[in-house]
Design a protein around this ligand. Structure first.
Ligand code: NI
Length: 138
């Protein structure tokens, strides 16, 4: 592990209580690790807001009986092939599929791809999990 810097700061007692509550809810036992991870979350948000190179996961839940939908989703992923790293498809039941698509690229392009996937008729849910290439998180 890299060198650590010890910091001290002032905070309202009520916020300390909220911090402890958030830590407990998230299952953290180490306050420093919790604060480090909150900072990392803010860094990742900033990377996405600033249209930096990022990675993420798109989860699509869709009805594969909708005519042409499977082909359309496939075509879109081909169209943006440089942003699509990998794809896992699972048949949830007779009608429903879930696809996890690992994506990488500038944030704007990724959001555009997600928007295009999401608006196809038969897509029940498209969600995007924001992640990072990690250089700024150490
Ligand atoms: Ni399927």
């Amino acid at each position: 592990m890299s060198d650590l810097v010890r910091m001290s700061f002032s905070i309202e007692p009520t916020l300390v209580g909220r911090l402890e509550q958030l830590m407990t809810e998230a299952g953290y036992r180490n306050r420093s690790e919790f604060i480090r991870d909150m900072i990392r979350d803010r860094i990742v948000e900033s990377e996405w807001r600033s249209n930096e190179n990022v990675v993420g996961t798109v989860t699509l839940v869709y009805d594969h009986h909708v005519r042409g939908l499977t082909e359309k989703l496939n075509d879109l992923q081909h169209q943006f092939h440089s942003a699509v790293l990998a794809n896992t498809h699972v048949h949830l039941d007779h009608h429903t599929c879930v696809e996890a698509i690992l994506v990488r690229g500038d944030a704007e392009t990724i959001r555009k791809v997600v928007g295009l996937l999401q608006q196809q008729k038969g897509v029940l849910k498209a969600s995007l999990s924001l992640a990072s290439l990690g250089q700024k998180l150490r």
